[in-house]
Design a protein around this ligand. Structure first.
Ligand SMILES: Nc1nc2c(ncn2[C@@H]2O[C@H](COP(=O)(O)OP(=O)(O)OP(=O)(O)O)[C@@H](O)[C@H]2O)c(=O)[nH]1
Ligand SMILES: [Mg+2]
Length: 406
């Protein structure tokens, strides 16, 4: 957000755009804002569309979504979004701009001051402002009006003011009621009920939880924490089963944990061994299953262990992902493990991210509920409920979540 050095009155802003109307239209056409050049090869028209998309493209575009364009100019962006099904009300102080805006269905442009708009409260799904907030000196009012028009179910999650020299930039991250409800469901998955009366898949007996994930993600370490940390399954009788017979060291790693805690460990090499291994663990309350980390190119090996995992049909399958995973790799990883039918996300290595916001980013992109988070190499200490830390990363508290649940 740009803050001007000299504060302008609404009359001065209106006069500026009225006086320069012809020149601006000659220069920029009906989109009186600059563009966004992502590659540098875009035409000016493409760059203008890209800027509208960058600022407003994530707003609700279901048919009939009600949007406000704060500082609509000649309505170029409003018409673009109306073409995608939205109903847009735009505000401009310039009579010339409103007079020269071509009419379009789904678009209503008003020559009025946003800071004194008379819109009914709580009646819009989204608002955007492109190169206009700099004309409104009263930033508090600017946001108060947005809050009023959008309603209380929109929560401003984070706002960040950056100042360098004379420039000030305000970043605002907001979410609507629906997304917050989704967040609550993702961060408050129901706890596993132990011991099971009848299993999640119609089977009585131990609660079965598996970990899957990329090589070195922290599967075995996290599994050991789940088994050994008393805050996770309390005093439940726990058994371990591993499908990872690929690396000798991996097996030794798990054997050591099993020995330390005196837990039964079953090593399964072949699908035919599954029933007897599960039978030997049937008196446990919880069975934790480790799986190998194999290159996505090891097709046959991956098919083999994934087939065994499907035969076991765990109640929960946690996809273990390091919090340091590059966002552009997430969809590939999700595809790679889709056939394991993950039910939850387990974030590991959260101690390695420089900023907690990165945790929130991964959580937002992987749409599984998240119960635990690992934040270090120490077994069994470095595991905790994910909720508090993810909420803090979003600038929220547990109370915010509670009020959303209400
Ligand atoms: N910093 C940090 N390191 C971790 C965490 N969890 C695991 N590690 C480390 O990551 C490395 C790999 O951990 P493993 O548990 O063996 O990972 P894995 O997914 O089982 O590996 P493969 O079975 O070979 O695919 C080890 O050095 C662990 O100590 C964590 O939460 N934070
Ligand atoms: Mg492992």
């Amino acid at each position: 957000m740009i803050v001007p050095r000299e504060i302008q009155t609404r009359e001065a802003v209106a006069d500026h755009y009225d006086d320069l109307d012809e020149i601006y239209r000659g220069l920029w056409g009906l989109d009186v804002h600059h563009g966004y050049w992502r590659t540098g090869r875009e035409t000016p028209d493409e760059a203008v569309a890209a800027l509208s998309e960058l600022v407003g493209g994530e707003l609700a575009f279901k048919t009939g979504a009600r949007l406000v364009d704060i500082g609509c100019g000649y309505g170029g962006t409003a018409r673009r979004f109306a073409d995608r099904g939205a109903d847009v009300i735009g505000f401009s102080l310039s009579q010339e701009q409103i007079a020269h805006a071509p009419p379009a269905s789904g678009v209503e442009l008003r020559c009025a001051d946003w800071l004194a708009n008379t819109l009914p409260a709580d009646s819009f799904d989204g608002a955007y402002a492109i190169e206009s907030s700099e004309h409104m000196a009263d930033k508090g009012r600017f946001f108060d009006e947005a809050r009023r028009a959008l309603g209380e179910d929109v929560l401003i999650i984070r706002s960040n003011v950056e100042r360098s020299g004379t420039r000030t930039r305000v970043e605002v991250v907001a979410a609507g009621g629906e997304s917050l409800d989704l967040l609550r469901r993702r961060l408050e998955p129901p706890p596993p009920s132990l011991p099971k009366a009848t299993g999640g898949r119609g089977r009585s007996g131990p609660f079965v939880l598996a970990v899957v994930g990329p090589t070195g993600a922290g599967k075995t370490t996290s599994l050991a924490k789940l088994a050994l940390n008393p805050t996770i399954f309390g005093g439940a009788r726990t058994g371990l089963l591993t499908l990872d017979t690929y690396r000798v060291a991996a097996l030794e790693q798990l054997q050591q944990y099993a020995e330390i805690a005196a837990l039964p460990l079953e090593v399964v090499y072949d699908a035919r061994e599954i029933p007897s291994a599960l039978k030997r663990l049937e008196r446990c309350d919880v069975i934790l299953i480790d799986t190998p980390g194999r290159s996505p190119r090891a097709n046959d090996a991956n098919t083999q262990w994934q087939t065994m995992l499907r035969a076991i049909a765990p109640d929960e399958t946690h996809l273990v992902l390091p919090a340091t995973t590059r966002p552009d790799m997430l969809s590939g990883i999700l595809q790679q493990f889709a056939s394991c039918h993950p039910t939850h996300l387990l974030l590991s290595k959260s101690d390695e991210v420089p900023q907690d916001e990165m945790l929130a980013d991964v959580t937002a992109r992987v749409e599984f509920p998240l119960r635990w988070l690992c934040d270090g190499q120490a077994v069994p200490a470095d595991i905790s409920p994910a909720r508090t830390r993810i909420l803090a990363a979003l600038g929220l508290t547990i109370n915010d979540l509670g009020s959303l649940a209400a």
